[in-house]
Design a protein around this ligand. Sequence first.
Ligand code: NIG
Ligand code: FE
Length: 413
Amino acid sequence: MKSLALLHASQLVTLAGPKRPRVGKELSELGIIRDGGMLIRDGKIDIVGKSDEIEKKSKDAEILDLGGRVALPGFVDAHTHLVFGGNRLEDFERRARGETYEQLAKAGGGIWSTVERTRAASEDELLKRAKKHAEWFLKCGTTTVEAKSGYGLTLDDELKILRVMQQLNRETPLEIVPTFLGAHAVPRDASPDEYVDLVINKILPRVAKEKLAEFCDVFCERGYFDVEQSRKIFTAARKLGLKLRGHVDQLTNSGGAKLMADLGATTADHLEKTDEQGIAALKAANVQPVLLPGSVYALGSTSYPRAREMIEAGLAVVLATDFNPGSSPTPSMPMILSLACTQMKMSPAEAITAATINAAYSLNRGDKIGSLEPGKLANFSVFDCEDYRELAYWFGISQTHAVYARGENVVRF
Ligand code: NIG
Ligand code: FE
């Protein structure tokens, strides 16, 4: 591969810093280089610095003039449900008329209706749809996503979804980190305990044996899986070598944050209803909170998680889209940055750190992605603005100019 020299970013937002997730004041330190540039060789970052220094060292390189735009690491989206069939337009319309997420689930909508459509779709159909979603993520400046199964709820259907992710990883430039979320809902024809047994004894061992997932997740919530059922599944998954992330305290404060802390999980996600005890438990166990304001917004709620308290407690906060057809139909990290600033009172710098380097660490990839530093993959996005704060400020309009994954131009506007 040829080398590529990027020159004249008004701000090269490097996120260079300690080799660990950022906390407290570090969340505001973006390592910005004005009139910055980078030399890229073989898909990796070789040198980062001022444009004039880079230019001197890039005699043989192809030059890419960024024309005073902002460049930052490709966003890392640490919580998505990327593979599913159909949509949830009926739920969307009924919620607009006042019904709640839980009411719709009881009335035959909700996760279950997406399970039916996902089961009915062939692997090829799901892959075709998933490719479209992957393209959306790339266009928003995201180069890595975590993706969960969870719309199959049988051995074969869960494996089908995980295989689609594997295929997607091979066939698109978006990097997919797979998570097994077999316990996303209880199937109609089983009792909760029967299904927990199936997940533990049949599905999880196959997923682990075929190396189809790096993480295991459970929807721990009233009407889904309680704390004890969730603990059983997580404990079995951990024994099989999977790391843990959990949907907890989204609709009710059920002690989910404390559970994730007890288990030594990698992340606890949602946390809309988590209180100060839950926050303290996460801190004591060094669990990263993954905040999903897109789902609060799209469900028409105002119960945003307590991001400021989490930052003040010293937690390495992550932001993600929660892209899914029911509660958060957006692949856009810039939209999430906007919500984080306007609704959760995070600063634009804190939000960007949470959506890049901290997210990368939450996916065990902090040494490869999430910042623009020598040795890391050349995953970066260029936006049509001069100041990084514009990413969170303008909303409802795409500012993406170009996206690169492993040094290859994958989106050009
Ligand atoms: O993260 N809460 C559980 N899972 C998803 C919603 C999935 C769906 O409604 O299809 C979430 O919000
Ligand atoms: Fe989710």
